[in-house]
Ligand binder design. Sequence first.
Ligand code: G3P
Ligand code: MG
Length: 232
Amino acid sequence: MLIFAHRGASGYAPENTLAAMEKALALGAEAIELDVHNVAGELMVFHDRRLEGKSSGKGLIHLTSRAELAGIRVGGEPIPSLWQVLEFVGGRCIINIELKGIDTVTPFLALYPKALTELGYRSEQLLISSFNHPYLQQVKQALPHARVAPLLAGIPLDKANIASQLNAFSLHLDIAFIDRALIEDAHARGVRVYVYTVDDGDDIRALQQLGVDGIFSNYPDRAAEALAESRA
Ligand code: G3P
Ligand code: MG
């Protein structure tokens, strides 16, 4: 099972910051998930649509200026750009970039080829996910070799068909809506199934029995321990 450090190792460090990425790498994470928004043409790593609650700022992140954003802190840490995170990680693990905010496709299409040529990432190391499936369609049309993954927060009528429609690498499911038929249909289509957000050992073992291929965890080390125990 592949374990993604969700928003970095966000159980241990402020989510989606370089500190969370550093902690994930220190814990030996094989993969990291993060969320991006478009701020004045640059992809910035942050989860929420609004700044208040998780940061020292307030208002809509995509309407904030870059200068203003530079002064905002998340648990004392700056909000990094996607490029900064990719540079920092330097190809040491898989990165799942979740296109969370509005207008994220255009800056992503500009960044992706540079991540391969300038930072040395292989296309297999970058997985692009979104609840916005038309965004993934645009990514796939422009970058046929890019790995894309639709996120779901429910059970569709047509099972895993969206994954085939998008020629997706994986399907990302909410732990609250897990369905055996959906998982089996994804596998029959050759699509991996990754589930978010999973921190408890009993959940991990149950998902393992269902044949899930990976999970997103805020505590990737604990998830790895739970997996090792269930194998023993
Ligand atoms: O990408 C998996 C998961 O992060 C999706 O939900 O709200 O945590 O971004 P959320
Ligand atoms: Mg996310």
